[in-house]
Design a binder for this molecule. Structure first.
Ligand code: BDR
Ligand code: CA
Length: 314
């Protein structure tokens, strides 16, 4: 199985991504590291704990990440409701957070991976604060990272939080700048990709209807996710942003990519958080990001249906 760490800010689409990963034996989830993002840290941590219990995966350790972005004031998500998980009410959690911090966990795991040669895939579903701090403290951990498969950015698409910028990058543009300035291989599931896979009400009904004991929470979260913005998405529903990271790790053949060096605007007010791809090699810097340009949406929907329906077998 591929060893992964899920760095996230749950978040409805984070929750769907995590629940998909839980029932995918191809993945060995070493830990989950919530960060301040869609909601303050306290809530993303609580949501992560609750999602583990919901998925009957209380065995997966959770390490609390950074309280705040590196420099900017926090901004929170707009489409996840007050709890971060829509109107869904989940029990507990009885599960406890680990004592170790997310940054220490990232450092220790990647150092061990560098030694053993069993490199880790970092799946990042939120702002990149934890990963950036870990890299600043111990740059050599890059040796233990197979690649970062990230939900973040907007290249040919416009932004979703500001005119130019996608939420995960805008929420901590300095952290994103640090991560994109390394030579760690990155796969970016940006809005260019995620806007190709809309969770329409029909898909929501099919997915949740097939998910056995998870039917109720999933249908509640998925209904909350409906943006009702047909002008932008071409249909009702909302983009399956974070779940695409897990789908990519499971089935990369469903995705087409184009490679480029990526830069993050972290100084301008107007364009703060914009991700800029050097498509034609103008910067003279080596390309470090595989930007997903095309998604086999049908293949991805089938994959999610296959995975989520496994909850009906439990
Ligand atoms: C990203 O922002 C968050 O609100 C979602 O969870 C996703 O990670 C999409 O821009
Ligand atoms: Ca997220």
């Amino acid at each position: 199985a591929t060893p992964i760490i899920i760095d996230c800010d749950p978040g409805i689409d984070d929750a769907i991504a995590i629940l998909t990963a839980f029932v995918s034996p191809e993945l060995e989830i070493l830990g989950i590291t919530p960060v301040c993002g869609n909601q303050p840290l306290e809530r993303t941590v609580r949501n992560a704990l609750q999602i583990c219990e919901l998925g009957h995966r209380a065995d997966v350790p959770i390490f609390a990440g950074c309280f705040r972005p590196l420099f900017r004031d926090p901004i929170y998500g707009q489409f996840h409701g007050e709890s971060g998980l829509g109107n869904t009410v989940l029990p507990g959690p009885a599960k406890k957070i680990e004592e170790k911090s997310a940054v220490d966990f990232l450092i220790e795991s990647c150092e061990a991976a560098a030694k053993s040669g069993r490199k880790i895939t970092l799946c990042t579903l939120g702002p990149l604060t934890n990963v950036a701090v870990a890299l600043r403290m111990k740059p050599a951990i890059a040796e233990g990272i197979e690649r970062i498969v990230m939900m973040g950015g907007a290249f040919r698409e416009a932004g979703n939080r500001t005119i130019t910028s996608e939420f995960n990058i805008l929420a901590d543009p300095h952290a994103a700048h640090i991560v994109f300035s390394t030579d760690i291989p990155i796969v970016a599931l940006s809005l260019d990709a995620t806007h190709q896979v809309i969770l329409t009400p029909e898909h929501a009904e099919k997915f949740s209807g097939s998910a056995g004991r998870l039917a109720k929470p999933l249908s509640e979260m998925m209904a909350f996710w409906d943006r009702n913005d047909v002008r932008r998405y071409g249909s009702r529903g909302g983009p399956l942003h974070d779940p695409l990271v897990i789908a990519y790790v499971l089935a990369p053949q469903l995705f087409e990519t184009q490679t480029a060096r990526v830069f993050v605007e972290h100084e301008s007010e107007l364009c703060m958080g914009q991700t800029i791809a050097d498509w034609y090699g103008k910067s003279g810097k080596n390309p470090n990001v595989e930007i997903v340009t095309k998604v086999d949406a049908k293949g991805v929907y089938d994959l999610f249906l296959d995975r989520l329906s496994r909850y009906a077998l439990e």
